[in-house]
Design a protein around this ligand. Sequence first.
Ligand SMILES: [Zn+2]
Length: 336
Amino acid sequence: MTNKRLSCEKHLKDICLKMKFALGSFLGVLTSLKRITLEKKKLMAKACINSVALYGTEVTLEHLEYSKVIEDLEKIQRRYMRNLVGASQNVANETLLTELDLPSIREEMAIRMLKLRARLECDENSFIGKLFTLCKQLRLKWEIKYERLIKYYNMPYRSFSELENKDIEIIKNSERLRRYNSLVSKSTTNLYRKLCGNLNKKKVCLYLKENTHRKRATRILFGLRTGSNHSMMCQYSRCLKISPFCVFYPKIIEDEAHIIEECPLYNDARTILRENLKEKILGIYYKLTLVEIVLNGKKFEKYIRENSNKTKRKVDSIIKNFVESIDNKRKQLKID
Ligand SMILES: [Zn+2]
């Protein structure tokens, strides 16, 4: 028995090593691909993680060796996500997952396990089905694991004929809530939470859907939205600068809103932005602040979703031009 268990562990270790290597290489290649939209890269990564990384996790989830593997897989997934949007290390993982609207590895695993269970439960006449029934009656390890899982997600204990969409929604919502609660405790996410509302059922923002080949602008917008950027306030709160004040107005705090709406250093870029925006989104232009528009606030997102694709692309391009010219100006003045 001992020998067999050892060889099983060794086998698992081997598989995991290969899997991590395969996943790392594939995601590496995926990152360097050009002319593919961010949305597609995200879907490809998701498919890869599901088929390579989560293969067999329905049964191996409980294995001790595996908790370390899950951690490693999550690291690989996060590294890839950071790469996609050019996020720095100090952006919280929860922000990344929320912003890109991606499920966590654990969440995917839970869904896979519940799906398998539902399949076995309705296949009770087959050999595997019978084993499953036995496992259930005797409350073996796998059954206990299942009970823990549904308790964790606050789902009713019941027989599944199949895993329904509403069950999956319960898991997803519960993960969203967990992420939200963890973001509430971080002061750097104040603006982000204000822009997103309660973060529940968040859709992927315009800037992550359109013109995503413009990596620099996408990166700047991501940084400004999620509180990880070069504004004095942001750097000051992370102890990277000694004061949070603007270099032009030494008595005014330079945060994201100051840069986008007030700072005279960027007057030229702002004038162009205002003119172009007014022309494209007059319906909402006077109802929102520039921060809400530029940083894809909730109301702006709702409005823009009802517009044609051409308008969406154009508006996104106007915004990206604006943040790029701010960045150029800062580089020119050596502010960062
Ligand atoms: Zn300023």
